[in-house]
Design a protein around this ligand. Sequence first.
Ligand code: PHE
Ligand code: ZN
Length: 877
Amino acid sequence: MSEPQPIHLSDYRPPAYRVTRTELTFDLDPAATRVKARLHLERHPEREPGLPLELDGEQLALKAIAIDGQPLDEDEYRLTANGLTVHRVPEAFLLDTEVEIAPKENTALEGLYQSNGMYCTQCEAEGFRRITFYPDRPDVMATFSTTLIGDAASLPVLLSNGNPVERGDLPGDRHFVTWEDPHPKPCYLFALVAGDLKRVEDRFTTMSGREVALQIWVEEENLGKTDHAMASLKRAMAWDEQTYGREYDLDLFMIVAVNDFNMGAMENKGLNIFNSAAVLTHPHTATDAAFQRVEGIVAHEYFHNWSGNRVTCRDWFQLSLKEGFTVFRDQCFSADTNSAPVKRIEDVSFFRTAQFAEDAGPTAHPVRPDHYIEIGNFYTLTIYEKGAEIVRMLCNLVGWETFRRGSDLYFERFDGQAVTIEDFVGCMSEVSGQDLSRFMLWYSQAGTPEIDAHGEYDYTHCEYRLVLRQRTPATPDQAEKQALHIPIRLGLVGTKSGRDLPVTLDGEALGSDAVIHLREAEQEFVFTDVAEAPVPSLLRGFSAPVKLRFPYGREDLAFLLQHDSDGFNRWDAGQRLALLALDDLIAAHRNGVEKVMDPRVVEAFRGLLASDPGDKAVLAEMLTLPSEAYIAEQQPLVDVDAIHAARDFVKQSLAAALRDDFLRLYQANRADAAYAPEPEQIAARSLKNVALSYLMALEDEQAIELARDQFTADHNMTDVRHALTLLVHSSRDDIAEPALKAFGEKWAHDPLVMDQWFSIQVTRPQPDVLERVKFLMAHPAFSLKNPNKVRALIGTFAGQNRVNFHRLDGAGYQLLADVVIELNRLNPEIAARLITPLTRWQRFDETRQALMKGELERIRAEELSPNVYEVVEKALA
Ligand code: PHE
Ligand code: ZN
């Protein structure tokens, strides 16, 4: 087998032929589905006449092919493993093909496959080529007509994009439905669903007064779990009208829940297909976090109808055009519907942990990559989340009103087209009059910029001088980096008054919450008329996706934690303070010295606990220590055991010193009201559960009683799961095991709850957990073919149980590699994602490095899918 080759952005050319209309007929059968395709083709006006017609196609058995009704002879076309070439074609013509495919053999979950007996599709990015021969690229946009034929009894529901236009019965107890989608679309937005599904229906009246039918299709047993998704959908539709002036454009909007799905959900036109975990909720089965995730994903997919579907990507290098913008849109939506500061804190802590790690590792890539082997490997935190941070910076640079005008211009100008990131940024530049050419570097340069800052107050002149130095470390393929345009929002907090001082720069009053622009490698900013010595509060709201170092003393951080007017930075000051203390403790652990808790951290926490809670959700975040993964991000060399021990020590010290406060907090936030996934209740629950975590760090009888009571009270999954996790992660097996057993038996019938049951167990810190992972892989509720199960058990173990995954005997690495090797055959996309923890080997000590690389090499020796090949090659390069 020859090695997979990369494709390059610089090689982009429009297709030789475009498809204006696509007519599909599916005769559904598990082992032999017949797909007839009639394509209306014409030469692309920008391409020369006489070119051959090249169509993508994989794993298709060709049964018939004709042009303008004339069957082709075998020497008129050529079939390969990747497609079909017709040597000579007219300028405009009809192509008819018929192929046979086997949905039930499809374990990759790309193209047409079966999940729990129902048929469904996943076409993004390049799955449509597993359905029929087609120019499978996003710049080919056609209207679609789709006829589905299936067994009437077992497949009563037949769905596709657009509107149903015809249905009827056929001989042999079969029936058919024809769907017509009037909006031209690329084939990655095609979808079909067929099965025995039930629907929940609602309506939405758009701002121009049109009625839209909203349907959520699920298996019968899930009918009671759709309320929250439906309510979220309606909120998202209204929000997009109010905020972006975007209205829905069909009479019908459908969501379907499927159990086997590689990602969260997919924005197919008019027929969004969701991983059941991203749509189904019930107070007894889903946590607050899951409710919020569902709301965000429903909104995300809905928002794609404009940012993605009406205006799509010219090629897959532009993936962040739709994803970065849409993530930004869903983040703002969630901020508006929940606690805005907490949403930002959650997003940024995730970003700084996971995206920074990606940017620092061997798979680092720009937000717009310039080459790839397998596009499926580029659905990454960089494309999505860093892309969203760039759009956020753009919005802040030009201001919301202007940004909105730029967005209007973009949707108007490019409606129905497949475009590029330049087209989007160009609109922003046009409406704002700003030159954004320098800003474009954010899209092409990989790696996380690091800013070293220091400042000095000049008492005699009442000036504060701030020096900022930026540097972006080298990443694979990009040794040299240029200085970026980095907007830094800041305040100068007076040490006497505890208030934001007015910020004056170069004679210009910037207000008390200012934005300065770092454009050079090094720049000095002199703020004048600074009445008292300030502590600078820098990068407020995480105004740019960078690492910013400033030599804060612990007193400075305690001060900001108390006084910063920016909620995000107040939280961040607490995180920085905790990190300083953790650093000392990590060093103590490594040197075998007795650990001593920094009293300043204890006092800071005491202050938080004594203060008026204000936004309870923010307080819960403030009381939460940085995760082991985030602490690891800050270390030059990751010592998983020292990090774990240090963090545990801080937790226990805080719990011991502040036990009564935590107990009070716990009691004060218990509520008996009926569960609702509403911000106030969610905030109270998180505060209560943070308190319980601290109390359980002591594992005294009272704490155990509280956790046990909370578990048995069984009010809602948030409380039950939290209590169960604390019990299972405690050293009290006598209590943990019965609780785990009871939970597992109660929920054996519910796959989404069993996923949680798996995750809770495999994050236990106890050293026997690896054996448990292996044991659970044989559990009847587990299946390697179901991505949710793989993520819940294997992904969670490797990604979150840091001490045990990184066991010094290498057994954790070996387990992961074994699973990757098996999944490489079954589901390459999931296999490639699962490798991530092994690709981070550079961050660890030599022994672990050798073990991790050894496993990567063992994977490399296999016959690999392009997906796994690309990741492993990069990791070992
Ligand atoms: N486009 C989907 C989203 O962002 C994600 C996705 C990609 C789903 C590829 C499936 C396959 O909403
Ligand atoms: Zn998306």
